[in-house]
Design a binder for this molecule. Structure first.
Ligand SMILES: Cc1cc2nc3c(=O)[nH]c(=O)nc-3n(C[C@H](O)[C@H](O)[C@H](O)COP(=O)(O)O)c2cc1C
Length: 586
């Protein structure tokens, strides 16, 4: 695109409109960016097709099947079998990264060190109006443990000045683990290298939840069927992808922290300002004519949703390896990946669903999952309507609910405290011998809904309501209320349940009044983000009452509730005016 655009909010507004187009819209290359001579590429991974292309396939299931085949080799019987297995067994490690000389490293065509380093010349985006500054949003961050084991992760980096940024690795991530391990062993600093704009398999691998200690570049090599070419950095003892567009080399001091953020995050809310390490840049190397790779995150769907879906598909065989009862799983966008996992399973023995939940809550980054729903193998976990109907038909209140405590994603804002809190498992599989079955229930008659609707219509506090399915045994009522004070949501839900003993609703989900109760995707997104299971999901006279409203301090929420991300009206207006000239169809 040749139109001049600003990296301050304007690229976000254009990319956001694209991401929200059916299927994810187009990848965008902005060639004329205010304040920088470097073009910006965004939404490169933002569709099912482009994500598959990025990993060199037409269909992500092919790579998943390949992984499945490699990890499920049949035991060899004869010598010939053993010999035949060798190539398969070596496939994960057949393409380890290989070193190349600086002559063959486009990322070092230009080398700037010391006072010549100036990241302010890069077209770094300010993504959302209330962001604390400009952020590098798609960096591949290279670190090593004190024992020399490499890690690559993607962590946003706030621009502080011409040669320093924030380093926003969450405490649970491997980059943070390396940092803490260096500190524990008495080092004063840890070297870090950041590659921006690597080959797509490497960018993807940086986001993938690889087990601790396993080099992400082995995954990239496996996907590419070719090694990732690495070059030695100029000022630190690390290696980076030789074909990267831009590389930042430097270090973090183990004792230095600085406030970074807030930042409009992939939950659709701002993550609050907090203290994180500072990355000091000793060198910037780059191609002669680099392209700056960026992304924006925000209310789903966005580019990262397609990356998350690829992770979901590629990691299914690995999850199945330790939990063979898993048939399939899905992480719906509305759950922003860490809030909801739907898993279908083949159940053979009592409490197997509970065992599976515990296993998932102990498995790498899956342990962040706030809610896990299990269904039987016949249910298509990607058909959310079918999943919802199964849940509402099989739900036994409170028998199906499993409450737990554990670690939560650093971005969860519903728990009273950061980083840990309550979780909920819902077992919607059909009970088998040895499991307690709830007494059978009938779907309520039509008249019950009519009576329900007229009662709700007369309630002044209710701004909208909806019952998505009627022919289920536990109908769900979604109700938006004008919340005025602490406890309003559960109070109103109890009133509805109390006045309605024979009525239709068995599950009552309460939302804030600004949400339209019949916009199901938004309602689910609010439910997953805003609900702390232990505090907000209660059962009352055989009903399930869920408070998904914004929480107040008087409701036991001791930390600030974040704001939802919204673009400013001025920027929206400016892009409206530019839209025709951009030649995009969103
Ligand atoms: C666009 C994008 C931005 C991300 N930003 C962060 C971030 O700022 N901090 C973080 O801890 N994880 C972030 N993640 C998630 C991590 O990249 C992901 O959890 C990865 O597996 C971490 O790798 P590690 O376990 O090797 O540290 C981001 C992911 C994507 C796709």
């Amino acid at each position: 695109m040749k139109e001049r655009v600003s990296p301050i909010l304007e690229i976000t507004e254009i990319a956001d409109r694209m991401s929200k187009a059916p299927g994810g819209g187009k990848a965008l290359l902005f060639e004329n960016v205010e304040g920088s001579s470097i073009p910006v590429l965004i939404n490169a991974f933002g569709s099912k097709r482009r994500m598959a292309m990025a990993l060199g396939t037409d269909d992500l299931e092919t790579i998943a099947a390949d992984i499945e085949k490699t990890i499920h080799l049949k035991p060899p019987v004869s010598l010939a079998d053993k010999i035949a297995m060798i190539p398969e067994l070596l496939r994960f490690t057949r393409f380890p990264p290989k070193m190349v000389s600086p002559r063959n490293a486009p990322c070092q065509e230009v080398v700037l060190t010391g006072a010549d380093v100036d990241i302010c010349k890069l077209p770094i985006l300010k993504c959302w109006p209330d962001d604390g500054g400009r952020f590098i949003t798609m960096p591949c961050v290279f670190t090593k443990s004190p024992d020399g084991v490499r890690n690559v992760g993607m962590y946003r980096m706030q621009e502080f000045n011409r040669n320093s940024t924030g380093m926003h690795w969450h405490i649970h991530k491997d980059g943070a683990s390396n940092y803490h391990e260096h500190a524990r062993r008495g080092a004063e600093k840890m070297e870090v290298a950041v590659a921006i704009g690597c080959d797509p398999a490497t960018v993807f691998a940086a986001t993938a939840p690889m087990p601790h200690g396993v080099d992400e570049l082995l995954l990239a090599g496996f996907i590419r069927e070719a090694p990732v070419a690495l070059v030695k950095c100029k000022t630190v003892d690390l290696e980076v992808p030789a074909t990267a567009e831009i590389v930042l080399e430097g270090y973090v001091n183990v004792k230095e922290r600085r406030v970074e953020g807030p930042f409009g995050d992939h939950t659709g809310y701002y993550s609050p300002a907090d203290e994180y390490p500072v990355f000091h840049i000793t060198a910037m190397t780059r191609r002669k004519d680099p392209i700056y790779l960026a992304t924006i995150v925000g209310k789903p769907p966005m580019e990262d949703c397609y990356m998350g879906k690829a992770t979901e598909r590629l990691f299914l065989p690995l999850l199945r390896m330790v939990n063979p009862e898993i048939v399939d799983y899905s992480l719906p966008w509305e759950g922003v990946f860490h809030n909801c996992v739907i898993v279908s399973m083949r159940k053979r023995y009592p409490m197997q669903a509970q065992r599976l939940m515990s296993a998932l809550w102990g498995a790498g980054q899956m342990s962040f999952a706030k809610m896990i729903l299990t269904v039987d193998e016949g249910v298509d976990v990607h058909d959310y309507k079918a999943v919802a109907k199964t849940l509402l038909n099989n739900l036994s209140i409170p028998g199906s609910l499993i409450h737990a405590q554990g670690v939560l994603d650093a971005l969860d804002h519903s728990a009273p405290r950061p980083l840990s809190g309550s979780k909920l498992g819902i077992d919607a599989t059909i009970p088998i011998a040895g499991e307690e079955a709830a007494p059978p229930r009938q779907a309520p008659p039509k008249e019950a809904f009519i009576a329900e609707f007229s009662r709700l219509g007369a309630m002044g506090e209710v701004s909208s309501f909806s019952i998505p399915f009627t022919e289920v045994t536990n109908p769900l009522l979604i109700v938006s209320i004008r919340k005025k004070g602490a406890g309003d949501a559960h109070r109103i839900a109890r009133t509805i349940a109390g006045e309605d003993k024979e009525g239709a609703a068995r599950v009552i989900l309460v939302l804030d009044g600004d949400v339209c109760a019949s916009e199901y995707s938004t309602a689910l997104w609010k439910f997953f983000n805003n609900t702390d299971p232990a505090r907000d999901i209660v059962h009352h006279e055989g009903r399930l009452l869920i408070d998904a409203t914004r929480k107040l301090p008087e409701e036991g929420h001791g930390r600030p509730w974040p704001e939802e991300i919204e673009m400013s009206p001025e920027v929206k207006k400016k892009i409206d005016g530019l839209w025709a000239a951009l030649g995009l169809q969103a």
